[in-house]
Design a protein around this ligand. Sequence first.
Ligand SMILES: [Zn+2]
Ligand SMILES: [Zn+2]
Length: 250
Amino acid sequence: MKQNSKRGFYAVEAAIFLPVFIIFVLTAAFLMKYYAIGETAVHIMGDEASRASYEACFNPAAPVADGFKVKDRVEDSAEAVFDAESTGIYPYSLNGISNLARTDLSFRIRLGLPLGICDSFGYSGSVVYRGFVGVEGRNVPASRSEFEEDKDSETVWVFPKAGSRYHREDCSFIKVYPRQVLLTSAVKRKYKPCPNCNPGRNNGTTVYCFPAAGKAYHTGKCPSVDKYVISMEKEEAEARGYTACLKCCP
Ligand SMILES: [Zn+2]
Ligand SMILES: [Zn+2]
């Protein structure tokens, strides 16, 4: 009799504590997943920020990173992630420090509970960082309005060392001249390294390609690269004093 009541007590105990224990384990597993996804997301934002900074260093017309790349990478990082949205990189100031850059990101993590009581959890995070802007910080790289107007901007090509006109990509005046571009895998698929000037193979290096007939990419020191064109936003070209080419920008 005594034995039986003790056994009954264990059964009651198990009935109460087993579900609690299972809920605890499931919750812990979800939290671990939640933080792992969050950490990956922050890493992706940082990675995109460093890539954008790196490209901006080599190309005056390097595009400001938009939010789509961050959004796509985060959504690809885990199956449970959906509805991601990112602001891209925008100028920011904090505690009196200006010239900061910031990226915001939010998304939802699907929970997949059988009853559908609580379908998903929201996550939001941001990364703030600072580029080097000179010892005295006088060189403001771009104003907020410049960033905001970036959306429907137009890329034009100019001769950085000569000329006062800006051109569209297909203008016959610039067609025969090499273009300064960043070396990427896409460039390497289209062009081979020049055997005369032996350019590096590292992505991100500044190289020169002839768009019309060239098969090679070159360094700036190659004899074939004398006069070249660089790309920039039309607005920037106008701010630098370039005016529209009469032939291609009527
Ligand atoms: Zn032109
Ligand atoms: Zn060459």
